[in-house]
Design a protein around this ligand. Structure first.
Ligand code: FAD
Length: 414
């Protein structure tokens, strides 16, 4: 097998990988290699033809492909080596990658690696919906690719399970293409998608949203002929007498995303049981020195801007590591407290300002997000509305950290 040597190898050419490769190069890494298994860069954004990308980073709402193109243009002529149609098959803890392309297998020895492999959708198997196995059951991302990239229609009458952003966006997209969207069902008592998408994708088109409701049966032999919906009680069981048949020829599943973490697992990187992405410090360095992670491979983002921002930092840190061989060690563990599902980064050094991202466990109104070390509050911010669907970002200045203490708790409080 041929061997190549690079300073920084970035795995994945979506918005996170593009940002990481650019910043690694701009931060002084000489040989930067960006590896993408698809035939073009841009990742999931290529199929997201709706607008709303870039509002935080660029103050303007672009479509997915437009947003990706801005980064692709910036990358052109920087000297970053891009390999398309190339799959990273394996990585090891000593920063060696095995990649596969039309040139065959190549071993790449990297000074540092940034994992930006995105995430994948949960399927019918993952949520175990009973019933027959007819054609017409799709995940939302697959329908999005069929409609927006291949110009294929998937059905005439659709039920959508899951009120996450992708499901909501597809409800609108299908309606605009003349497909009847019967309803969106959501197992939780509150929507999983952003409020703006509930309004713009459902309410504006009078598509009903049924909360605390799920699909408990799929009917049809060759093709979906209908599904059974039922109400779900507070303890997760079906509420007696609430089952009802809904005629449809397509069931679209938008039931969650899971970080693509196979490569991380192969390298022996520690994963968070909550996010399923790697445990990282404030340089986005994983538990294996010199391997970094950003974008949806780290945590599922609702806004691409934040995926780009954190990956920019991961790329910068990777360039630094490739040059210096190490980064300052984190000494303060970050712990999710009352009401917080997770916080990233999981540990910090306290020497630099840190942009934390986090999600709450349940919807709340007029509360505070509080950062505490011991009994001392080091940062506090009022939140008019808190929703699990909306990632919260908060910056803590370096002079606020108490470096003598080894932990920090983030909680929702009054
Ligand atoms: C349907 C949908 C709608 C969205 N709408 C919005 C919106 O309106 N506004 C907004 O701001 N954000 C939106 N987002 C979120 C945003 O698109 C994501 O946060 C962003 O795309 C994440 O970027 P990423 O680079 O981490 O992942 P991806 O875009 O998924 O890119 C990952 C890349 O890694 C490659 N890859 C994976 N494994 C390997 C391997 N082993 N070897 C080589 N390559 C590999 C994949 O092929 C892929 O190209 C939406 C997301 C989805 C799915």
């Amino acid at each position: 097998m041929r061997t190549e040597q690079v300073d920084v190898a970035v795995v994945g050419g979506g918005p996170a990988g593009l940002a990481a490769a650019l910043s690694a190069k701009e931060s002084g890494a000489e040989h930067v290699l960006l590896i993408e298994r698809g035939e073009r860069m841009g990742g999931i954004l290529n199929q997201c033809i709706h607008d709303g990308f870039g509002t935080k980073l660029m103050g303007e709402a672009f479509t997915g492909p437009e947003y990706a193109q801005i980064f692709i243009n910036r990358l052109t002529n920087t000297g970053v080596n891009v390999k398309l149609d190339t799959m990273v098959m394996d990585i090891s803890s000593d920063r060696e990658l095995v990649i596969c392309s039309s040139d065959g297998l190549i071993r790449v020895k990297a000074g540092a690696i940034v994992l930006c492999t995105g995430c994948r959708e949960r399927t019918r198997g993952a949520i175990r919906i009973p019933g027959t196995r007819p054609a017409g059951v799709f995940t939302a991302g697959v329908v999005q690719e069929y409609m927006n990239i291949r110009n294929l229609s998937v059905g005439r009458k659709v039920v959508i399970l899951g009120s996450g952003d992708i499901g909501l966006i597809m409800a609108r997209r299908l309606t605009l293409e003349g497909v009847e969207v019967e309803c969106v069902a959501e197992i939780l008592p509150y929507p999983s998608g952003l409020a703006r998408n509930i309004v713009q994708c459902l309410e504006d088109f009078e598509i009903p949203l049924y909360l605390s409701t799920t699909v408990v049966d799929i009917h049809g032999i060759d093709r979906v002929e209908g599904i059974t919906l039922a109400k779900i009680g507070p303890r997760g069981g079906i509420v007696r007498g609430t089952k009802r048949f809904v005629k449809c020829d397509t069931l679209l599943l938008s039931v969650g995303l899971i970080p693509e973490n196979e490569l991380a697992k192969k390298a022996g990187i520690k994963l968070s049981p909550v996010t399923a992405g790697p445990i990282v410090d404030d340089h986005f360095q994983t538990s294996i020195p010199g391997i970094f992670c950003g974008g949806n491979a780290l945590q599922v983002h609702d806004l691409v801007d934040y995926a780009s921002m954190e990956s920019e930092k991961a790329g910068r840190s990777a360039a630094f590591f490739a040059g210096a061989g190490k980064l300052p060690s984190p000494s303060i563990k970050v712990l999710p407290g009352q009401g917080i599902r997770y916080v990233i980064p999981h540990e910090v050094s306290g020497n630099e300002p840190v942009d934390f991202s986090m999600r709450v466990k349940s919807p709340e109104a007029d509360r505070y997000i509080v950062f505490k070390q011991g009994e001392k509050v080091i940062r506090r911010m009022r939140q008019i509305e808190l929703a699990p669907a909306a990632m919260i970002r908060m910056r803590v200045r370096s002079d606020r950290f108490q470096r003598s203490l080894d932990s920090l708790t983030v909680e929702v409080a009054d």
